[in-house]
Design a protein. Structure first.
Lengths: 437, 437
């Protein structure tokens, strides 16, 4: 495959993230597609910023149309936002026979029908994974992963700002206005938060998902939109007492009478996974007739999570230009001749935290002996649980959670612990993962 | 696009599901790909079953090699399982220049390197979405959706049988052996459950995911595998007291020293979404350097969920044979000329359950009046919460959860309720969704 030459419109948060991700992961991406993705030109009104982010490696301009008309650009990445200039630029790029990648949900929800028609006429790709739920590959799941299904409904937490606000209202019992102010201070909410808190942003994203789910044109103007501004902590609390959480959901359902397309605060049983999606995170549940419910969770905004989706679209475009099966999408993600034979760690070398259960006679000093053995091997203790002996027994369970150590160190400690006279039987060892980093 | 002609090897659970899904969703799939997927031949040792499932619509044979050698077959779907005959059939199909779709994780985890090499030499596709986590499009997410990322680790509940057993042990306090027996009776566990309960099946799936995540050959023989057979309810309970759940996780992590590839029972903090994945469901967390953690959840087994993945692979193959951008993957999933302008339901026509909060003076009879209004409009009550008036107030909150009704009926009820003399202010109405069906 030859090089895919990218023109970037906008080098703000997402544009900067896109530049960073392509630069940092260049080698891995090349191993996947058997070719190269290069940013050849960047347009931003802030030339200084553009020069700073690109470090003089790339031509910069303050004229976005120069990028769109640049014959050396294969793909235009539109990260400007809004409906007017962005629309002109996208349509011009298409007219010039260039593929387009965009994160602009407002543009697609409102002008998508016109844009996709123009792209089809010119035979170019318009990709927009970043437009819905940031880094979560939900467009790909709907369009490709679930293509065997008749989709019955889609329901999602697709606005991180409002989910952050609702989570804070619930956790801290604070009023909407107070949390909004705090969110603005932290940069989670914009100075004019209307698009987020009134549900408009979520409705844009829902419109796009519904179109894919049900095979219909985008119809944003028909979406029902209700925000979270009048929601009180009282209702959040009452809902909780009844076993529910309140989330701003975008819901689209195909019924015999027509398609529901609605964004509003919604009570969800607290047992559902999606009810437990907190903070600025996003999640979408898709119900297909064959697969049943599936859920997709991740960061819905932010520089690099959104860039992850933008760059995945670029990789898709590069792959679609390949001519062999393997070039299109490599069987195992990376081109076969680019695989590395990495060593697999023996379990003794693995690092983990541990749960230990010991059975000990109720003698004084056993805890001191056990903790000394752990200390000697530099295994630190995270938590401990000592159980009383059960009725009629003289031995009791001791449970210890350790911090991270190497498996062979843990095993050495266990061998010494089992040799203590007060310890009976074998120790139970279960590995522990926080899955947080 | 022309027709994609499929030969199906095996018409048992997943094969039958594949046949059903393709038949039922034929029209929707055709609208997506602008062409047709047809099963032209089915092989199964049980000819009677094959005839019964296909209803005489398709040629059946008990000779799988007849399908693999059939010049009218473009794609062979291998759903036989095992390492020996399945391997021969897959390699023969590839040698004959046919694409292959398989759900056979054991085959790929053990012989994947040889199979993918053969496929690359012949320029054919080998697709295997169904091999890992059933209907969840996790292979696509890893290979395409997250292609911008350096993957740091993958951790998943990728065996439904063991997750069902662990969930039952925890919920009912039953011993492993008892739950296993029950699972076997219900058909959730096989007569010989070794592959599931010893973690071998999970290790097969993990091996495939790790290979995609880190760009390395499959190395199943190096995976560390520890099952759940010696897990006791005592440890599940102690873990719970400490704020953890025990799950059988497949974990693969890239470290400086090498790649971890391990399956074992694992304590996970109960706050993590994946700790709350219960019953036979599967979920995989993928951590990418740009996107952060993402999670994919759904049914990991069963006829139609697995068929969902098999058929999605067929759709992918059909799309890759398209020649224009739009034919490859349609912008909005469906070909533009196949979009239907579906009516969007006005919110008044939408069906929903509701949360109502009323503010009522503490007069006798107000509850009777409210419930009579709801009954008159045939709105049934699911739950009710009556709050005492707050200190110094004479009015109290009444919260009502209703069953499903139409929004305009609910609004009519609210208008009547608000007109009651004992009700002050406006009623708060929040929609409620169970997201269960």
């Amino acid at each position: 495959m030859k090089e895919l030459r990218v023109g970037l419109l906008g080098i703000g948060t997402v544009g900067g993230g896109t530049y960073t991700v392509i630069s940092r992961n260049q080698a891995d991406i090349a191993r996947r597609i058997g070719g190269k993705i290069s940013i050849v030109q960047v347009a931003d009104r802030n030339l200084e910023l553009a020069r700073q982010v690109t470090g003089g490696q790339v031509a910069v301009t303050d004229d976005a149309f120069a990028v769109v008309n640049n014959p050396d650009v294969d793909v235009v990445v539109e990260l400007i936002g809004g409906y007017t200039v962005a629309k002109e630029l996208v349509l011009k790029a298409i007219a010039n026979g260039k593929h387009v990648v965009t994160a602009n949900k407002a543009l697609l929800a409102v002008h998508g029908n016109e844009i996709f028609k123009a792209a089809a006429d010119k035979g170019v790709i318009v990709a927009f994974e970043a437009a819905v739920a940031g880094g979560i590959p939900i467009i790909k799941a709907l369009r490709e992963g679930l293509s065997a299904n008749r989709i019955e409904w889609v329901a999602g937490i697709i606005n991180g700002t409002t989910n952050f606000i609702l989570t804070e209202m619930r956790d801290k019992g604070l009023a909407f206005a107070d949390v909004l102010r705090e969110a603005q201070r932290l940069g989670y909410a914009e100075a004019d938060p209307t698009f987020d808190v009134e549900g408009i942003d979520a409705a844009h994203k829902l419109t796009i998902m519904a179109s894919i789910a049900f095979g219909m044109p985008v119809q944003f103007e028909q979406a029902y939109t209700e925000g979270i501004t009048s929601l009180t902590t009282k209702d959040i609390q009452y809902a909780e007492e009844l076993g529910y959480r309140i989330k701003l959901l975008g819901i689209s359902k195909k019924t015999e009478a027509g398609v529901e397309l609605r964004v509003h605060p919604t009570l969800i049983p607290e047992k559902r996974l999606i009810a437990n999606v907190d903070g600025a995170m996003n999640a979408v549940v898709v119900k297909g007739d064959a697969v049943g419910p599936t859920l997709y969770y991740g960061a819905g905004a932010g520089a690099e999570p959104t860039a992850s989706a933008v760059v995945a679209d670029l990789v898709d475009i590069a792959r679609l230009q390949g001519t062999t099966a393997e070039q299109r999408v490599a069987y195992l993600g990376y081109q076969l001749d680019q695989q590395q034979v990495l060593p697999i760690l023996p379990i003794a070398e693995v690092q983990s935290a541990y749960y230990l259960r010991l059975h000990a006679s109720d003698k004084p000093g056993v805890m001191a002996d056990v903790t000394k053995i752990l200390a000697d091997l530099q295994i630190s203790i995270d938590a401990m649980l000592q159980k009383e002996p059960q009725e009629g027994e003289v031995e009791a369970d001791i449970v210890i959670l350790t911090h991270i150590t190497q498996e062979k160190t843990m095993d050495a400690a266990i061998a010494r612990i089992e040799a203590l006279p007060a310890i009976t039987g074998t120790a139970i060892k279960i590995r522990m993962e926080t899955l947080s980093r």
